[in-house]
Ligand binder design. Structure first.
Ligand code: HEC
Ligand code: HEC
Ligand code: HEC
Length: 459
């Protein structure tokens, strides 16, 4: 009897050991798209090999699963991990973002967070893959790559070396622009002749006295028509990786071409705009002095984009704190910043804008749209409208949190007038977290410290 039990125990032990031992010998993924696509990039090749060996099963599409993944129980656990892994981090897409592009700051922030907390690879995976945890040397290598990538993102003139590798650096004082073009752009930005009936300018919806927004749920276009989505701020938009909630304009120039001919917003057309402006001899002459080719969609949008590159709001108290002035924030604001970091808000709200660097699903943990109620509109679809890819449903460009105290109401649907409520929604739907009342107050206090100065005056 005891002998039989012993044999049974032995069989179970051997079975339990077989999986990790076989995994040790033959269980590492190889030849995935991660390594083949990054092989020609010397800087990325080593890192790709590291991520392939330890992360590919759940973060590289098409990686074959281990032999036992088809067994009952194992199959459900493994399918869930792969699904969750791919949904939140497709390493091939993130590390290979196209010619001359850089790995996004949110991707760097997410990898840094998971590596620092030691959450990846997950413990269940490590139970069957004994040699897959990251070694101290590998973690150091990943951190070094993250620092180097950040320094490339933050390589603005005048940015001190030690701030370039930061998760969130202070806003630069200025970007390179031609001041004459910017001055023409300033005039055009405020010029109602860009609209069909001379009633609406860019500034109508992006008022520099209202944080670069109209502080309305949705905007009023020509003839009192209502738009379908909340107007984001033009302040600091120059730093965003793409423009619009769904990223349909790659640059400020391309963006500025949109509103004038949009039937709801300004309802004009370029021949009409050019002829109205040419009829203004003084302006047309001033314009030609800087743009000899004269007024056209191309030169008008170029001038407006130049102006937008001057719409920066440096010198917030938060920036002074980042630059080394420990007194610039009060204790409660510092506590709010710490909560912001510890909760993981900065995985999406990272970089110089605390946002503006990636598309993210609204409702990472819970279904925001079901709970909000009301019809799901075209505006609610987000990035899928451009990419036509199912995985982009309800993904939006993460808004900047710079000057967020002034850019109410919040979210693409303008559904939320109060900043504290916006923080509650974010914590719940993006981080699966509930703060205590004084924690909410601290985070909100921190967000208020992000208000900067435009032309030397607080916004
Ligand atoms: C067994 C599958 C598995 C492996 C192996 C694995 N991950 Fe993950 N990973 C997941 C799952 C599941 C999630 C989603 C967790 C969640 O929803 O919070 C995830 C999420 C992530 C995220 C996104 C976090 C966020 O904020 O959205 C990153 C970054 C990440 N993993 C990095 C790694 C790295 C780096 C490795 C290798 C060292 C690795 N993972 C290995 C399953 C895995
Ligand atoms: C009638 C209101 C209205 C007018 C007029 C208007 N905008 Fe906008 N603007 C919006 C709305 C609404 C959005 C968001 C649309 C979207 O993402 O689909 C937006 C988006 C933007 C963005 C992108 C910001 C971001 O974070 O993605 C910029 C930049 C911008 N507008 C600049 C301009 C300029 C320059 C003009 C004048 C040529 C202008 N707008 C005219 C309402 C307006
Ligand atoms: C998974 C990515 C992600 C995380 C994590 C995240 N956010 Fe957001 N945040 C977004 C996206 C996407 C939006 C825009 C959603 C929309 O408009 O529907 C947003 C919008 C906001 C807004 C509204 C800004 C505006 O101008 O409309 C605030 C405020 C905000 N987030 C704060 C936070 C705070 C505080 C945390 C942490 C508790 C946090 N976010 C965590 C992605 C994220």
């Amino acid at each position: 009897m005891r002998k039989r039990l012993l044999i049974l125990v032995c069989i179970l032990v051997v079975a339990a050991l077989a999986v990790p031992i076989i995994n040790m010998i033959a269980g590492k993924p190889s030849g995935t798209a991660l390594v083949t696509q990054l092989a020609e990039d010397p800087e990325m090749a080593r890192l790709a090999a590291l991520f392939e060996a330890k992360c590919a099963h759940c973060h590289v599409p098409g990686t074959p699963s281990p032999f036992y993944a088809k067994l009952p129980v194992a199959s459900t656990v493994i399918a869930k991990d792969i699904d969750g892994g791919l949904r939140n981090m497709d390493l091939v897409a993130e590390l290979r973002p196209g010619e001359n592009a850089r790995v996004s700051e949110p991707a760097l922030a997410k990898i840094e967070r998971e590596v620092t907390l030691g959450h990846m690879p997950p413990a269940t995976y490590l139970a069957a893959h004994w040699t897959s945890s990251l070694t101290a040397a590998e973690k150091a290598e990943i951190r070094e790559w993250i620092a180097k990538s950040r320094a490339r993102h933050h390589a603005w003139a005048g940015m001190p070396e030690e701030l370039r590798t930061a998760l969130i650096p202070p806003l630069p004082e200025a970007l390179p622009v031609d001041p004459k073009k910017a001055e023409l752009g300033r005039k055009l930005y405020h010029d109602k002749r860009l609209s069909g009936d001379d009633t609406v300018s860019c500034a109508s919806c992006h008022d520099l006295a209202k944080g670069g927004t109209d502080q309305e749920k949705v905007s009023d276009g020509v003839r009192g028509q209502k738009g379908g989505i909340n107007a984001p701020t033009t302040f600091n938009a120059a730093f965003q990786f793409t423009q619009f909630w769904d990223g349909r304009a790659a640059t400020l120039e391309a963006q500025a071409g949109g509103p004038p001919t949009n039937p709801i917003e300004m309802d004009s057309n370029w021949p009409q705009i050019v002829s109205k402006l040419e009829a203004d001899a003084a302006f047309a002459q001033e314009f030609k002095a800087t743009y000899p080719e004269g007024l056209s969609e191309k030169t008008i949008t170029d001038a407006i984009a130049s102006f937008e590159r001057t719409l920066l709001t440096p010198h917030s108290r938060f920036d002074k704190y980042l630059a080394g002035d420990a007194q610039a924030l009060e204790a409660n604001e510092k506590r709010g910043y710490k909560l912001f970091l510890d909760t993981g808000c900065a995985t999406c709200h990272s970089g110089v804008l605390l946002g503006g660097g990636s598309f993210e699903r609204m409702g990472r943990h819970l279904d925001y749209f079901r709970d909000r109620g009301g019809p799901v509109t075209d505006a609610d679809k987000g990035r899928i409208s451009v990419s036509k890819s199912e995985k982009d449903l309800h993904k939006f460009k993460v808004p900047t949190l710079r000057n967020v105290a002034k850019t109410f109401p919040y979210f693409h649907d303008g559904s939320t007038p109060e900043l504290q409520e916006a923080v509650r929604v974010m914590a719940k739907y993006q981080n699966g977290k509930t703060f205590t009342p004084d924690e909410y107050a601290a985070v909100v206090a921190f967000l208020h410290s992000l208000t900067g100065e435009y032309q030397g005056k607080p916004l």
